[in-house]
Design a protein around this ligand. Structure first.
Ligand SMILES: NC(=O)C1=CN([C@@H]2O[C@H](COP(=O)(O)OP(=O)(O)OC[C@H]3O[C@@H](n4cnc5c(N)ncnc54)[C@H](OP(=O)(O)O)[C@@H]3O)[C@@H](O)[C@H]2O)C=CC1
Ligand SMILES: N[C@@H](CC(=O)OP(=O)(O)O)C(=O)O
Length: 361
């Protein structure tokens, strides 16, 4: 149901997430990158002159000389879609202004995730939440333009296997999750090397709270009138998260324990089969960024590992390993997700691909 080529822009194009957007979008099959935005420090200059480019791949030729603009409506209202990798300190009013200018905004920033009419979408799980977009538009008197948020990167890692387990075995009762989060999650330049090398920092501001409540919204449903999210209202699920920063560059690892609500518990083998079999709408509608395999289940005792597994399928899926029974929980496992790909830019792009393919853009 594509309407042809869509003009897209990137806000925060010079940042850690913005650079991933550039690599995703510069030769996309139906998104044409036409506008780049960043702060007034970068505006008016060529992209290659203001970006501290940290990717192994070079800046695409077509982007090197593009002029970076201020993130104002006048520079982006030509776009059908804008991807936001903006700092959350500034993202709120900029994204709202673009929505009001009839642009579909797909944001990585946390500002609108709690909004009762903004879908919080992990494209491997809940693109069905787009059914609330007309209610969002109606509440603002808009006929075009909306905001879709993607989740926190650690939440994204955790919820994909949880969604697959709920689909196969019914509601979950308790989830305990302990993260080992990569340095790139804190943006560039991130933590000082003297804080993170040879060290683990057992605190990431507001991360635990986000992992807990975002999970409820993502795994929840939508009201019969398509005008509200139910935040998992009918579920007995309780999530408890502990977040740590570790000296890994990219790739968030989460060690999870899960209790099922049902009295009949699946075996580790059944869990592995269910995780491997899980598929999602992004695959079914043919989103170009969707992975072949949503959850790659590793049989080796010592996988997944960030260095070895984060770039599997360009970081578009998640990796699960060490699926086993437990004395306290019904099942334990380790999940790894590339925080700057499916945890950030890939999620936004895949969300927009599904929206376009389903006629929401
Ligand atoms: N890194 C990650 O793993 C994840 C990040 N996110 C979220 O994505 C967003 C971007 O994160 P990240 O790329 O790591 O951050 P960075 O600090 O690397 O980049 C921030 C970007 O915001 C721009 N910016 C800063 N101030 C302004 C301003 N006043 N007006 C316009 N643009 C401005 C910067 O432009 P300039 O270069 O000109 O300063 C830069 O392009 C954040 O909201 C973050 O929370 C979400 C999930 C994962
Ligand atoms: N806080 C995450 C990255 C991030 O920016 O999260 P959020 O999008 O929820 O603000 C990390 O440090 O790894």
């Amino acid at each position: 149901m594509l309407k042809g080529e869509y003009k897209v822009g990137v806000l925060g194009a010079t940042g850690t997430v913005g650079q991933r957007f550039i690599l995703h979008l510069h030769n996309h099959p139906f998104f044409k990158l036409v506008a780049l935005g960043a702060s007034s420090r970068s505006a008016g200059k060529a992209y290659r002159d203001v970006t501290k480019w940290k990717q192994v791949k070079q800046i695409p030729e077509s982007v090197q000389r593009m002029q970076v603009e201020e993130c104002t409506v006048e520079h982006f209202q030509q776009c059908d879609i804008v991807f936001s990798g903006l700092d959350h300190d500034v993202a709120g009013p900029i994204e709202d202004a673009l929505r009001n200018a009839h642009v579909a905004v797909f944001s990585n920033a946390k500002n609108y995730r709690r909004d009762p009419l903004v879908p919080l979408v992990v494209p491997l799980i809940n693109t069905s939440h787009y059914s609330v977009l007309p209610a969002q538009q109606k509440s603002l008197g808009l006929t075009k333009g909306y905001i879709v948020a993607n989740a926190n990167c650690s939440t994204t890692a955790l919820v994909v296997p949880l969604a697959a387990l709920e689909k196969a075995f019914g509601p979950l009762e308790q989830v305990q999750a302990t993260t080992l989060q990569a340095i790139s999650g804190s943006g560039y330049p991130g933590l000082p090397s003297l804080d993170i090398l040879d060290n683990v920092v057992p605190y990431i501001g507001s991360e635990e709270d986000k992992m807990e409540w975002e999970t409820y919204k993502i795994l929840g449903g939508v009201s019969a009138q398509n005008d509200a999210f139910d935040y998992h209202a009918q579920s007995p699920l309780t999530v408890s998260a502990t977040c740590n920063r570790v000296p890994v560059i990219d790739g968030h690892t989460v060690c999870a324990g899960v209790k099922f609500a049902s009295k009949v518990k699946p075996s580790p083998q059944q869990v592995m089969e269910a995780l491997s079999a899980y598929t999602c709408d992004a695959q079914h509608v043919g989103a170009p960024s969707a992975p072949q395999q949503v959850i790659t289940v590793h049989q080796e005792q010592d996988r997944p590992q960030p260095r070895l597994d984060r770039d599997h399928q360009n970081g578009a899926g998640v990796n699960v390993g060490r699926v086993r029974g437990d004395a306290l929980f019904d099942i334990k496992f380790v999940v790894l997700a590339n925080n700057v790909q499916i945890g950030a830019a890939t999620s936004s792009v895949m969300n927009a691909e599904v929206a376009a393919l389903q006629g929401y853009v």
